[in-house]
Design a binder for this molecule. Structure first.
Ligand code: NI
Length: 201
């Protein structure tokens, strides 16, 4: 057994998490407030109006990234609050993995929402249910963003290759092609440019 094997064996661990409040034992926390999400919501006027009023926490992520060798995994627990900016539900920034082939598995723990996917090359998008009792598989080269379409916090676990890394810049530059909005009391995916045309009418 070489030094690396010993380090790897020691990275075996069991941690407690709380599906209700998103706590994950021993994991550093990243907090995103509304002010961190400028440019994410299509309806910029509604965003500025909401931000002038308050700067709430939109989501928190706690991650465990204690092993970084080939074959290792990272994992984290996210909690995304319920709410809307105009007709758009609260959402995460969304990202591609820096190492594009890296896939990810999301496990829904509490609440109800969707995972918005967009393939990088083709631009093909879909919105898949992410809620308590579902598992969503995100293939490689696919941008992904979680959206809370319900009325309670959405909590989920994500597991991904240690090598994946996060590329937020690529999606920040052009944003997702689709939005998920409230329409007649339901959550609906629509093309961003169509949604924006509707705002101007
Ligand atoms: Ni990811």
């Amino acid at each position: 057994m070489n030094d690396y094997d010993i380090i790897r064996m020691l990275s075996g661990r069991s941690v407690r998490f709380d599906p209700e409040d998103g706590a994950l034992e021993g994991a550093p926390e990243t907090v995103r407030r509304l002010s961190d999400l400028r440019g994410i919501f299509a309806d910029r006027a509604a965003f500025e109006e909401a931000l002038a009023d308050d700067n709430p926490v939109i989501y928190r992520v706690r991650s465990i990234e204690n092993a970084n060798g080939e074959g290792d995994l990272h994992y984290g627990l996210g909690i995304l609050m319920p709410g809307r900016i105009g007709d758009e539900f609260y959402m995460t920034r969304g990202h591609l993995h820096a190492w594009r082939p890296a896939a990810e598995v999301y496990i829904g723990l509490r609440g109800s929402g969707v995972m918005l996917l967009e393939h990088e090359e083709s631009g093909t998008g879909s919105a898949l249910p992410l809620e308590a009792g579902t598992i969503v598989y995100v293939p490689g080269s696919t941008a992904h963003r979680t959206i809370n379409t319900g009325d309670e916090p959405l909590t989920y676990i994500g597991v991904f290759p240690a090598r994946a890394g996060h590329d937020y810049g690529a999606m920040a530059a052009r944003n997702f092609r689709n939005v998920v909005v409230a329409r007649d009391g339901r959550a609906e995916m629509m093309v961003r440019t169509d949604f924006l045309k509707g705002l101007k009418l």
